[in-house]
Design a binder for this molecule. Structure first.
Ligand code: NDP
Length: 309
């Protein structure tokens, strides 16, 4: 039985070392090397390329996404009997906590404004508000959203979350479904998007949603670029409806040169680095999932294809 890895090569070498120590019985190949296709039982990939011709691997048992999202894959290419498993691992979670905390504090403490002021050599002070006076809403309360909301709430932000099912989380006010979206948005001084990209969530960050936020709210998009309607964001920022936006994800990536987001004084761009799968902790989770599959036990991160996440 063998494993094919198709993602960043440097980190792939760390995965390979982890497998060599903890699962020496599973030969590890880094794409484009595949070894004997008939021996391939598992593919771990970030790129959709690895899934283009799965008929080459007649004994494939499961496909693992190396990241938390699976929106880059064409699910119709994966035979229904092959489970698709997305990444749920502590490294992705802790790095996402850090990023959103940084971005939320950056908006709360007017860092975006001060960066703009520095460019213009302006020395003006904004009032400093206690964190408890800022309400942060998290769209998507899954693996990452719950961790982020807990972290923000632990430093004193007033936190609320929105999801499909409305699973409760201590210390965080939870809203669920489309019927409660308006009430959720009405209180958010800062909105964080941590939704998966699906047919239901594509374009959710649009004018109609921005209008339901308090005037001057800030936006942090760490979901996917296609959650956002770009022209609506530009309009919301230029009209003062929104104060600032921190965008870790864009569409397409890399954000093209000359794009209006680059020079916008109220937008901070980062190159999709909010969180990163950490090879060693991810390989440990993945190997545990391989064991669970072999024993017919539940696996963590199994994608429900009917929901698209
Ligand atoms: P999960 O699947 O664990 O959580 C998804 C959450 O979104 C769940 O709470 C789910 O509700 C909710 N949700 C999904 N669809 C809807 C909907 N239509 N209406 C309301 N709520 C909905 O995902 P993760 O937390 O692991 O990851 C979330 C996303 O974060 C990824 O898909 C990816 O796009 C992004 N990401 C970005 C990274 C970056 O570096 N920028 C890194 C990693 C991930 P319910 O709880 O009811 O199922």
């Amino acid at each position: 039985m063998s494993f094919i890895y198709h993602a960043d090569r440097q980190r792939g070498l760390r995965w390979k070392r982890y497998f060599a120590v903890h699962a020496p019985h599973i030969p590890f190949h880094i794409w484009p090397e595949t070894g004997d296709p008939a021996a391939v039982r598992f593919i771990g990939t970030w790129s959709p390329e690895a899934l283009e011709d799965l008929s080459r691997f007649p004994n494939l048992e499961a496909i693992f996404s190396i990241g938390a999202g699976i929106d880059q894959f064409d699910l119709t290419r994966i035979p229904p009997q092959i489970p698709l498993i997305r990444m749920q691992e502590p490294g992705i979670v802790s790095t996402m906590r850090e990023y959103v905390l940084m971005a939320a504090l950056g908006i709360h403490r007017n860092l975006v404004d001060y960066i703009d002021q520095q460019r213009r050599e302006v020395y003006e002070i904004f009032d400093v508000k206690p964190v408890a006076e800022t309400t942060i809403g998290v769209l998507g309360m899954g693996q990452l959203g719950t961790a982020v909301a807990s972290t923000l709430s632990s430093i004193g932000f007033d936190c609320r979350g929105w999801s499909r099912s409305g699973k409760p989380l201590q210390g965080v006010q939870i809203f669920k479904g489309e019927q409660e979206l308006g009430a959720f948005l009405a209180g958010c001084n800062i909105l964080v998007c941590l939704l998966p990209l699906t047919d239901k969530t594509r374009g959710i960050l649009n004018s109609s949603l921005f209008k339901q936020l308090p005037v001057g709210a800030g936006l942090i998009n760490v979901g996917r670029g296609d959650h956002l309607v770009e022209a609506d964001l530009l309009h919301a920022l230029d009209s003062g409806r929104l104060s600032s936006a921190v965008l870790d994800v864009q569409s397409p990536e890399p954000l093209p040169k000359g794009h209006p987001f680059w020079q916008h004084p109220r937008i901070l761009i980062t190159p999709h680095i909010a969180s990163q799968t950490q090879p060693e902790s991810a390989a440990a989770v993945l190997l545990e999932n391989i064991d669970n599959l072999a024993q017919g036990k539940p696996v963590s991160g199994l994608v429900d294809r009917s929901r698209g996440y």
